[in-house]
Design a protein around this ligand. Structure first.
Ligand code: 13P
Length: 247
């Protein structure tokens, strides 16, 4: 369902005590927001974070999972393991996982399907590299990625899915896509989803150097439904300003 969503991705940052302090600081700052607030935290923070968000409007996600049910996959975490402690969301296919951990369109699709089958809501990431952007291939790359990532989903699955467009060259670099460019890319993703499923009733977020200063311009564009925020999600103060971009 299309709605405004502001999701933080802590990546490999924050110890459990920092996660608890963060939630306690963030909760009063965002309690009146109509936007959905999600924090995607490291596995080791999940349990503490979930206990601390009780009675708040903050939702919790993981940053990855394996697509298999269980088995001899040392170091991996299954969808059931996340679901049984009440994790709600899971980021799938972040560009850092594609780049450093051999994530492919095929494994992204397997993970998306497994997460949904287990009752988790995937936040599916797509985005082009700098070389692809400079070669004029942005739309081709991101529409292909989203088509493959969502292959085989039902309409019900789609209603439990969030998409994030994160141009790789904008992640952690301080370079943000212009609001017009981000909107055009997200519109193309929306059109691809519409041609595949007959509906584009889905939240599509922008990610890549989102900060309090640029959130409003980006999130009020016609096709952008919020953000997936890295660096600026590590401090309750800066993240709350992004959540409250519409205040
Ligand atoms: P930054 O906001 O630090 O650029 O990270 C974006 C990102 O990768 C969120 O998933």
């Amino acid at each position: 369902m299309r709605r405004k969503v502001i999701a933080g991705n802590w990546k490999m940052n924050m110890l459990p005590n920092e996660a608890i302090d963060f939630v306690n600081a963030l909760a009063p700052l965002v309690k009146d927001s109509k936007n959905e607030v999600i924090i995607c935290v490291p596995f080791t923070d999940l349990f503490y974070t979930l206990l601390t968000v009780q009675d708040t409007n903050i939702h919790v996600g993981a940053q990855n999972m394996h697509w298999k049910e269980n088995g001899a996959y040392t170091g991996e975490v299954s969808a059931d393991m996340l679901k049984c402690i009440n994790v709600e969301y899971v980021i799938i296919g972040h560009s850092e996982r594609r780049q450093y951990f051999n994530e492919t369109d095929e494994t992204v699709n397997l993970k998306v399907k497994q997460s949904l089958a287990k009752g988790l809501k995937p936040i599916v990431c797509v985005g082009e590299s700098l070389e692809e952007k400079e070669a004029g291939k942005t739309i081709e790359v991101i529409t292909s990625q989203i088509s493959k990532a969502l292959d085989g989903l039902t309409l019900d699955d789609l209603s439990n899915t969030i998409v994030a467009y994160e141009p790789i060259w904008a992640i952690g670099t301080g370079k943000t896509a212009t609001a017009d460019d981000a909107n055009d890319s997200i519109k193309a993703i929306r059109n691809e989803i519409k041609s595949k499923f007959g509906t584009d009733d889905i939240s599509i977020l922008y990610g890549g150097s989102v900060k309090a200063e640029n959130a409003k311009e980006l999130f009020t564009m016609s096709d952008i439904d919020g953000g997936l925020v890295g660096g600026a999600s590590l401090k309750a103060d800066s993240f709350s300003k992004i959540v409250n971009f519409d205040k």
